[in-house]
Write a protein that binds this ligand. Structure first.
Ligand code: PLP
Length: 436
């Protein structure tokens, strides 16, 4: 299959897209068929640039509404439903999908009142086939691997990328190689990758180290990398903001706040916001908020100090292992996304993350620790006034509650735990004394 054309025609009225260096000062056009991640001239990451007809773009929301999620073929995936905004695939390549997207937006009025906000909701991307937002990007990225005729996909991962890649690779009949930091990935996420048949190698004690090794290995062994340096990942992930705006009847929130690690997701959402604005579908841009864990917050430090270069954190530390990243590969485009949307950042402690996770759970919303950083960050930003009273806010929850059950066991203090009882009516009743 290698050598066959990788591009197809966009759907009627849809955007066409071409690969280009993401650095505005360079802008070198790149060949999609070569499967590159970065610009050979300046080394910056590659990205897909859309060319759209704004008049045709006005008709997109009506078309998307017609593709009912879960019913007709195009709507069965909540990502491919937005095909007008995605890189077209050749007709011989069918999307590798597991029915991703179509995730809930849950209003939290009690918390909005507590924080004196106009409204507050969570967009729960943990409700995806493998339990994280990574699936939104992986469906597009693994489809591209198939179009390129690649046989082995690979990633370095704090856990969720590996689970997602392994699932989509299995679906596509490709082999999957995962590099993870030793002892730093939740058992549940590793179990997912193993269950889907991936080869898992533990290397080093940080994501950054594993990622550096993998980039060298990929060049040597011709592996197709599916980390967020892969431009096709961002294309799928950007659909989260399209779906969110559709759920909000195209009335954007004032702030859209998410946790940041390698900063692929904020880059993707920023790209989606920019394209919707260009399509004339957004009157105002939501302001992006990135929240990092204090022990792994190089981007927050850069943004809040006004520095122009990111200084990596050599020893990132946080119990929210999904965002334990000290050298985010996507920082230049995250910087552009925040500049374009007048963004904000925050760094939060592990205990603030724990309290936020607990508060969400009290309201019936489960998520993994890294996701709860969104709420912890919002609390900080309310205290500093960067998010003002009355603002309309959406928090992005990135991963499912079952991704890290060990965390819940570690932090049970003050919650009803598991009690033992004699196996009789009286015995169980006795065990409930003091609770009922
Ligand atoms: C649950 C969760 N939240 C947030 C992130 C950070 O996303 P990004 O690396 O795109 O900044 C990750 C990354 O692995 C994650 O798994």
């Amino acid at each position: 299959m290698t050598g066959a054309p990788t591009e197809g025609a966009p759907p009627e009225g849809g955007a066409s897209s071409r690969l280009r260096c993401s650095d505005p000062g360079c802008g070198t056009w790149l060949g999609r068929a070569e499967g590159v991640y970065s610009c050979p001239r300046c080394g910056q990451l590659a990205e897909l640039v859309l060319e759209m007809d704004p008049e045709a773009a006005r008709t997109w929301p009506a078309r998307w509404r017609e593709r009912v999620p879960g019913r007709d073929a195009a709507g069965r995936s909540g990502v491919w439903r937005f095909s007008e905004l995605l890189p077209p695939t050749p007709p011989r390549v069918t999307p590798v999908t597991l029915g991703e997207g179509g995730t809930p937006l849950v209003e939290l009025p009690q918390l909005a009142e507590e924080l004196q906000l106009g409204s507050l909701a969570v967009k729960h991307l943990g409700v995806n086939p493998t339990g994280s937002f990574k699936d939104l990007g992986m469906t597009v990225c693994v489809t591209e691997a198939r179009a390129l005729g690649r046989e082995v996909v690979a990633c370095a991962s704090t856990g969720n990328t590996s689970a997602s890649m392994a699932a989509y690779a299995a679906r596509a009949g490709l082999r999957a190689l995962v590099l993870v930091p030793e002892g730093q990935v939740s058992a549940a996420k590793l179990a997912q990758a193993l269950d889907f048949g991936a080869m898992v190698v533990q290397a080093g004690d940080t994501f950054d180290r594993a990622f550096t090794i993998l980039r060298q290995l990929a060049a040597r062994l011709n592996l197709y990398l599916v980390n967020s340096i892969n431009p096709f990942r961002l294309e799928g992930q950007k659909t989260a903001v399209v779906e969110l705006l559709e759920q909000l009847d195209w009335r954007p929130p004032d702030f859209l706040i998410l946790p940041g690690g390698n900063l692929g997701n904020v880059s993707a959402l920023g790209k989606g916001i920019g394209e919707l604005a260009e399509a004339g579908l957004l009157a105002e841009l939501p302001r992006l908020g990135v929240v990092q864990a204090e022990g792994a917050s190089p981007f927050h430090r850069m943004w809040s100090s006004g520095a122009e270069e990111l200084v990596p954190e050599d020893h990132p530390e946080t119990r929210a292992t999904a965002i334990r990243i000290g050298k985010p590969a996507n920082w230049p485009r995250a910087l552009r996304a925040l500049s374009r949307t007048r963004g904000v950042t925050a760094a939060v402690s592990d205990s603030e993350i724990e309290m936020a996770k607990r508060r969400l759970a009290e309201l019936g919303v489960g998520c993994e620790p890294a996701s709860a950083a969104s709420l912890a960050g919002l609390r900080r930003l309310r205290r500093t006034g960067e998010v003002p009273e009355g603002a309309r806010v959406v928090l992005v929850l990135t991963g499912h509650q079952l991704k890290d059950t060990a965390y819940v066991e570690e932090h049970l203090a003050g919650r009803p735990g598991i009690r033992r009882a004699e196996p009789s009516l009286e015995g169980v009743e006795r065990s409930l004394r003091g609770w009922l």
